[in-house]
Design a protein. Structure first.
Length: 521
């Protein structure tokens, strides 16, 4: 029964609904007051005056009860809904019998007022039921009172007028319901994405929001990264596809990204040629017929694109695009915030002078890499490096030159390692390199290349005079074959580093031949 009385206005609070229905109910009281004044007028026969006055007082009392009791509690008690619906529908057509002179006017007005209230409070189906119950007694009453011949048009006009009112109010309610649902969706997305600082989580929440709020066969989320556009989410025809780089040349995606404004296409085959674009597909090899997309931007900077598509023509409306824009904007702000947070967090892991990882974070990252290598039964090589006689070098040429050496040395290390390798500043002029997946011999070759490059480094003092480049001592240890935890690994590599220094510096310890005897299988 609750679903029968479902209304598009059910999202509104009781006070909000009261603000909509109160003017209609007060209009009912005005009509009753008019009936009372008519009863006092001299042109009403004396014998009919009690009917008018009594009827107006009865209507006033009923309107007050309806306003204060019936409607507020009709949401909770189903029987009250039936009383309002059936009672009004059956009673209103009898007004012409009670008030011969004004009954027809009241029939028209009361039927119209009631159908508006029924539609707002109880829904379209209830309004149609009212309309049916209201029309049948009217035919009987008009026929019994000889009104059918004189006012037969009212038998048709009142139902038709009530039908128009029902459809109008119901349409407004549907539009209101749609807008409220959209606002709820936007608010939900804003709360969810605002609660995370993880870029991938923001993208996942955006994906869920699109799937829950828009009737789309396809949608994708593209994020700009490293100069390219990467599809982080691609859903098509009931299936998710793996992330990939998107090359959006001469496409709707390219047009949105270039113009940095939203686009709604209701008929792709018909509209694409006029835009100078050629049809293309991603995901399933099936051409979509409707498409809309909007750029994700924050602070005037493009972050990516969100697009949805359908295999039906004209599947999306302008308010669907507005919803997509709002959701995408909320996600863009959260994504931008997540990126900034990631940048700040990354900077907190870095040494301020050289840009390599600091001591604390390097240890954490080293432990994580060691666990990954151990679970995959692979080795990890650690190189500890220390610039020889750096204090004397600093004292001789100044701290600015010393800082320049540290920065250049960090750059040299990065040039000789892979993106998956780690480099950190252990402290002062001492550095550490983690080489996941490398054995001792491979680590030794990396150390050799770093030493050779450092020897060829060209440096100048503050006066522009050439100064000799420093040398570096290095110690290598292998996990887990020489040490089974990172602290033992660091300690062993550090011992070998100082052994290299004691042997005259500018050396790598142990020698290459040592690694031929370390069994890593």
């Amino acid at each position: 029964m609750a679903s029968f009385f479902h209304t598009s206005f059910h999202h509104l609070t009781p006070s909000e609904r009261a603000r909509i229905t109160s003017p209609v109910l007060w209009l009912m009281l005005v009509l009753v007051s008019g009936l009372f004044l008519i009863g006092l007028s001299p042109w009403v026969p004396v014998e009919e005056r009690p009917v008018y006055l009594g009827g107006s007082l009865l209507f006033a009392l009923y309107s007050w009860v309806l306003l204060r009791i019936f409607f507020p509690y009709a949401e909770r008690f189903i029987w009250m809904r039936w009383v309002i619906l059936v009672g009004h529908a059956a009673f209103v057509p009898f007004l012409p019998l009670l008030f011969p002179d004004t009954g027809l006017l009241f029939d028209v007005l009361m039927s119209s007022i009631t159908i508006i209230l029924i539609t707002i409070l109880f829904g379209k189906k209830a309004a149609y039921l009212f309309l049916t119950i209201n029309t049948l007694p009217r035919i009987f009453v008009y026929q019994a009172s000889s009104l059918l011949f004189q006012h037969s048009f009212l038998v048709f006009v009142i139902p038709v007028f009530s039908l128009v009112l029902t459809e109008t109010v119901s349409g407004v309610g549907t539009l209101l319901n749609r807008k409220i649902s959209y606002l709820e969706a936007i608010n939900h997305v804003a709360r969810k994405v605002g609660s995370t600082i993880e870029p991938q989580e923001v993208i996942n929440l955006l994906s869920v929001a699109i799937r829950d709020t828009l009737d789309a066969d396809t949608y994708y989320i593209g994020v700009q990264r490293d100069g390219g556009l990467y599809l982080e989410v691609l859903y098509d025809d009931g299936k998710f596809y793996p992330p990939e780089e998107l090359h959006p040349e001469n496409s709707l995606t390219a047009l949105v990204m270039k113009q940095r404004r939203s686009l709604l296409i209701g008929n792709i085959p018909g509209e694409l040629p006029s835009l100078g674009l050629t049809p293309s597909t991603i995901g399933a090899e099936k051409m979509s017929l409707s498409w809309m997309g909007t750029p994700m931007e924050a602070g005037g900077h493009p972050l990516g694109i969100v697009a949805v598509a359908s295999y039906r023509l004209n599947a999306f409306r302008p308010d669907d695009l507005e919803l997509l824009e709002s959701i995408a904007q909320q996600a863009a702000l959260a994504l931008d915030n997540a990126y900034h947070h990631a940048e700040v967090e990354e900077q907190s892991h870095r040494d301020s002078l050289t840009g390599v990882y600091n001591h604390g974070y390097f240890l954490l990252a080293l432990e994580e890499q060691a666990e990954q290598m151990q679970s995959g039964n692979r080795s990890l090589a650690l190189i500890m490096l220390d610039i020889d006689f750096f204090k004397a070098y600093n004292d001789t040429y100044g701290h600015l030159v010393g800082d320049q050496v540290l920065v250049r040395f960090s750059d040299i290390i990065r040039r000789h390692i892979k993106a998956t390798d780690l480099v950190g500043r252990w402290g002062g002029e001492e550095f550490a390199i983690s080489l996941p997946g490398a054995n001792g011999e491979q680590a030794y070759r990396v150390a050799q290349r770093i030493s050779a490059t450092l020897r060829g480094l060209q440096l100048q003092d503050r006066d522009g005079n050439a100064i000799p480049p420093p040398t570096v001592s290095q110690g290598i240890a292998l996990f887990p074959y020489e040490a089974d935890d990172i602290y033992a690994l660091v300690d062993l590599a550090d011992q070998r580093l100082y052994l290299a220094k004691n042997r005259g510096r500018d050396q790598i310890t142990p020698s290459l031949s040592h690694w031929k005897h370390v069994i890593t299988e």
